[in-house]
Design a protein around this ligand. Structure first.
Ligand code: HEC
Ligand code: HEC
Ligand code: HEC
Ligand code: HEC
Ligand code: HEC
Ligand code: HEC
Ligand code: HEC
Ligand code: HEC
Ligand code: HEC
Ligand code: HEC
Ligand code: HEC
Length: 399
């Protein structure tokens, strides 16, 4: 750039800046407003206070703003000003937040005794809002649980609308506990977003079932990847309603550590809510009986099928496919051979195609069982009849 051209550009720059500065300069200063509104005795005609605490405003995120940057209708006013003023338009500076909020579930809720659910419901009184990175802020990661909990908690706050109560469950979960010691734990907004919060059945919601693996996967990428290869994920993508995703097995707000024996036993029941027959037949086996007693080293559903990367049996990569089954049994039964692996972990004596030997053996045992009872039952009845109808015999010789 040539020096004369550069000087010209700088001149233009200053001129533009000057125009902007004069446009921004408040025609009324904050001191003008606070000469009345800082007074604790300042009240409306009906007696309600209209006080703006200068200290609290000074600590808020908007402290560097002029009163009239928000109360724009007072920018060029005479005092005393009108009694009724225009509501403040946040979207003048926060267009994105307002647009997102306006299409959320919260924007649809009818106004309660405390007025409509708006920005102040989460960010606090208008002159005391703080940046979310400020630990004193109501939207700080930890404090957000209480902020959302005003309406989603176990104790109803009078005057506020009630949403489903989940905050208490969350506080007791592994995530809720972790939140008090680490910043990598999730808070409500990690899974629900902060403004564009939707109902779970809304396809745009991050917690709509098909979107859940990606939502949890922002932190649990490895589990998301393994799950993504499973038969369950394949069904979820196809839109099958019964396809399990993360929260079908872990729950949404009561997530627990998976290391505990107690959880492991419940996980078996969880699989069983959809795989009733597999659970019933598993229960009949040695593995199932011992697992029910709460003894861990025995094989459970996920030790044979994997927990996230669950594949169809017909898929050769499955740990219990005909190719891999022996290796899987050998992790606990080191001396197992081909013959041992033929043992059916889900043997069903009612299923002739799956387990013909067991089916016929069971039928023969059933037949034997019924036959024996019929024979002795008939025998007893006939004996009884004989007792009743037989003429009294001759007196015993020795009497
Ligand atoms: C001379 C004193 C005085 C000054 C200066 C003053 N106000 Fe007020 N203001 C009042 C009074 C009194 C009320 C209560 C009106 C009523 O409801 O009766 C009020 C009410 C308000 C309200 C509530 C209006 C509504 O619709 O409910 C706002 C907002 C407000 N003032 C902002 C400001 C701002 C911003 C400034 C500076 C530009 C300012 N005021 C300067 C006295 C003053
Ligand atoms: C970030 C924007 C913002 C700034 C800056 C701001 N206000 Fe407000 N003020 C609001 C909002 C929002 C309300 C709630 C009513 C509404 O929505 O119009 C409000 C309400 C008021 C009220 C009525 C209070 C009541 O309890 O009914 C007064 C008085 C007031 N403001 C004065 C001031 C004064 C004085 C300043 C400067 C020291 C100021 N405001 C700066 C956003 C702002
Ligand atoms: C005149 C412009 C302006 C208006 C009007 C305004 N704000 Fe702000 N607001 C800002 C600026 C600038 C910041 C600080 C920069 C930032 O962090 O985005 C800010 C910060 C915030 C923050 C903290 C964000 C964070 O970092 O977590 C919240 C919350 C907020 N504003 C809410 C509101 C609400 C609610 C209203 C309407 C009542 C409003 N603002 C009106 C300019 C404005
Ligand atoms: C349901 C609670 C809730 C409501 C209602 C809400 N916010 Fe927020 N807002 C949050 C949370 C939580 C964050 C922090 C997000 C983060 O740290 O990722 C936030 C962050 C912000 C930020 C800073 C980051 C950003 O997204 O720009 C602004 C500005 C903001 N809010 C403005 C508003 C305005 C304006 C309204 C009203 C239209 C509003 N908020 C309503 C919860 C809410
Ligand atoms: C780890 C992610 C995660 C966190 C953190 C989380 N949620 Fe959820 N939330 C979900 C999922 C997933 C669902 C959908 C559950 C389902 O399909 O049953 C859900 C559902 C909901 C629902 C609807 C419940 C219903 O029964 O209709 C509400 C309300 C809700 N969450 C609020 C919250 C609040 C408030 C917090 C913070 C205290 C929070 N959530 C924290 C993942 C989360
Ligand atoms: C002022 C009260 C209030 C606050 C604060 C609030 N909510 Fe809500 N929320 C509600 C109400 C009321 C509903 C709607 C309940 C209904 O109609 O079923 C709702 C609905 C929801 C839903 C949709 C539930 C569904 O049907 O799937 C989610 C998710 C949710 N809120 C999450 C949050 C989160 C996260 C926060 C904090 C960032 C929060 N809410 C703060 C009152 C509130
Ligand atoms: C913002 C990051 C984040 C998100 C999102 C998240 N988690 Fe976590 N999760 C964690 C952290 C951190 C821990 C470890 C807590 C600890 O060890 O105390 C954890 C722990 C867990 C555990 C216990 C692991 C164990 O030790 O056995 C499970 C299960 C879990 N999360 C499932 C989920 C599910 C399901 C979702 C989605 C609904 C989800 N998480 C979303 C961060 C996250
Ligand atoms: C079909 C049930 C099921 C589904 C679906 C599922 N999990 Fe798991 N998850 C388990 C079981 C069972 C364990 C315990 C594994 C073990 O002990 O070998 C586990 C363990 C975990 C752990 C602890 C660490 C680990 O890998 O052992 C995390 C974290 C986790 N799951 C997150 C997720 C996330 C995120 C999703 C969704 C992408 C998900 N899970 C889907 C059943 C499931
Ligand atoms: C000892 C290892 C082992 C355990 C424990 C186990 N399975 Fe299996 N599972 C297998 C094998 C091997 C097959 C293939 C059987 C065949 O070829 O008929 C199979 C087949 C299946 C099938 C597909 C066939 C069908 O019945 O539709 C499902 C579903 C299944 N198992 C679920 C479960 C569930 C749920 C549990 C826990 C309640 C469980 N499994 C426990 C090894 C096991
Ligand atoms: C919410 C319901 C649900 C839950 C919970 C569930 N599954 Fe499934 N699972 C399905 C459905 C549906 C299929 C597909 C069945 C089909 O297409 O034949 C399937 C398929 C399977 C298959 C492949 C069967 C085959 O035909 O080869 C195995 C193995 C399996 N699941 C094991 C498990 C295990 C182990 C658990 C617990 C950790 C579990 N599932 C939890 C619904 C569920
Ligand atoms: C996670 C470890 C584990 C896995 C994997 C496992 N088992 Fe077992 N199984 C046990 C334990 C522990 C017992 C208790 C008896 C024992 O100590 O041998 C047992 C008992 C048995 C029994 C009855 C007792 C016996 O030794 O005759 C059979 C049959 C059996 N398993 C078959 C299988 C088959 C087939 C597979 C592979 C599909 C398999 N198991 C995989 C742990 C496992």
């Amino acid at each position: 750039v040539q020096p004369p051209a550069k000087a010209f550009a700088i001149l233009i720059g200053y001129a533009l800046l000057g125009v902007e500065l004069s446009a921004q300069a408040p025609s009324v200063s904050n001191e003008d407003c606070q000469s009345c509104h800082a007074e604790p005795s300042m009240v409306r005609a009906d007696g309600r206070p209209v006080v703006v605490d200068p200290a609290a405003f000074g600590e808020s995120v908007h402290s560097s703003f002029g009163c009239v940057d928000c109360h724009t209708d007072l920018a060029k006013t005479e005092f005393p000003h009108a009694e009724r003023l225009q509501p403040v338009n946040c979207s003048a500076c926060h267009e994105q937040a307002v647009t997102l909020f306006d299409r959320s579930v919260h924007a649809m809720i009818p106004a309660s005794d405390n007025g409509p659910l708006r920005c102040a419901s989460c960010h606090g009184p208008p002159h005391q809002m703080r940046s979310s990175s400020d630990p004193e802020s109501l939207t700080d990661k930890n404090r957000l649980v209480t902020t959302c909990g005003q309406c989603h908690g176990d104790k109803p706050v009078p005057g506020l609308p009630r949403g489903p109560a989940v905050a208490g469950l969350f506080t007791d979960s592994i995530h809720g506990r972790a939140l008090t010691r680490t910043t990598v734990a999730p808070t409500c907004s990690n899974c629900h977003r902060s403004h564009d919060i939707r109902r779970k059945m809304d396809a745009e919601s991050p917690v709509h079932p098909p979107n859940i693996p990606a939502t949890c996967g922002t932190c649990h990428a490895n589990q998301q990847r393994l799950y993504g290869e499973s038969v369950h994920a394949e069904l979820l993508t196809k839109g099958t309603a019964e396809a399990p995703q993360c929260v079908s097995c872990h729950s949404a707000h009561s997530v627990r550590t998976t290391a505990l024996n107690e959880w492991q036993t419940t996980a078996v029941e969880q699989c069983g809510t959809c795989h009733r027959e597999a659970l019933a037949t598993f229960r009949d086996t040695f593995h199932g009986q011992v697992t029910t007693l709460g003894f861990t080293p025995v094989a459970r559903c996920v030790t044979c099928h994997d927990s996230h990367q669950i594949l169809r049996i017909s898929n050769p990569a499955s740990p219990v496919s005909t190719v891999n089954r022996l290796t899987t049994c050998r992790t606990c039964h080191p001396s197992a051979n081909e013959n041992f692996a033929k043992y059916q972990p889900h043997a069903n004596k009612e299923n002739r195609e799956q387990s013909p030997e067991l089916y016929y053996a069971a039928k023969i045992m059933d037949g034997l069982f019924i036959g024996v009872f019929l024979f002795f039952g008939l025998h007893t009845v006939l004996w009884f009849a004989r007792e009743r109808t037989a003429p009294p015999g001759p007196p015993a010789a020795h009497e």
